[in-house]
Design a protein around this ligand. Structure first.
Ligand code: PCA
Length: 219
């Protein structure tokens, strides 16, 4: 007898609460807008992470344990960037230029003491960038997620998955998003960012690995 799965596999899509004096964080508004969407046989589950070293990762771990997502994409705001940016790598360092939402400002501490220097995202970042671009939304691959809470969450997510959390074959990664028009420039309209993230999630679900395309690949 065949077992019919009762639930579609989950895509966990997280955003952060506002930080650093902002009153909104587009990363959370985008995640909320996509809550419950069906993407290539998956269901999107949106959750908010606190912009806090440590607590953000405890929260993320609980979400991964509970929902066993096949794909986890964490979103964060990067003021000053003009395009959606898919992060390639998380590094094992916390080096905060401003305090987090609980007043902590770690300088040159490891995310995971004794952990590897870095983890690559396991999402198909080139395919995802192309999909968002085809949907008409500026999107690029980024080589640094910084050294604040977003990098902390990317590194921590990849460490979790490398340590066996989540279902077999679970993949994860991080996307930074620009400000919304009311926050400053450069910026993108929220509805465009939602469309771009949606397109990128389709590509993530349908593309097991980035293909090496050689010349002409999206950078
Ligand atoms: N952006 C911050 C942390 C929370 C967020 O949305 C960052 O880029 O580290």
């Amino acid at each position: 007898m065949h077992r019919v799965p009762l639930h579609r596999p989950a895509i966990l899509l997280t955003g952060f609460d506002p930080f650093g004096g902002d009153t909104e964080n587009p990363s959370w508004l985008i995640a909320q807008a996509l809550q419950g969407q069906h993407v290539a046989g998956h269901t999107v589950l949106a959750a908010q992470l606190p912009t806090v070293f440590g607590a953000s990762l405890q929260h993320l771990r609980a979400l991964v344990d509970l929902h066993q997502p096949a794909i986890t994409l964490c979103l964060g705001q990067a003021g000053g960037r003009g395009a959606l940016s898919l992060e390639r790598v998380g590094i094992n360092i916390n080096d905060a230029r401003i305090a987090d939402n609980q007043g902590a400002q770690p300088i040159d501490t490891p995310v995971v003491p004794g952990g590897p220097a870095a983890y690559f995202s396991s999402l198909p970042i080139k395919a995802m960038a192309r999909a968002a671009q085809r949907a008409g939304v500026p999107c690029e691959v980024s080589q640094t997620a910084g050294t604040f809470v977003c990098n902390h969450v990317l590194y921590g997510l990849m460490h979790l998955l490398a340590s066996g959390a989540g279902p077999a074959g679970a993949r994860g990664g991080f996307m930074h998003v620009p400000w919304m028009p009311e926050q400053g420039a450069p910026h993108l309209p929220l509805r465009d960012m939602v469309r771009g993230v949606h397109a990128a999630l389709w590509a993530a679900a349908l593309t097991p690995h980035d293909l090496v395309l050689g010349a002409g690949a999206t950078h």
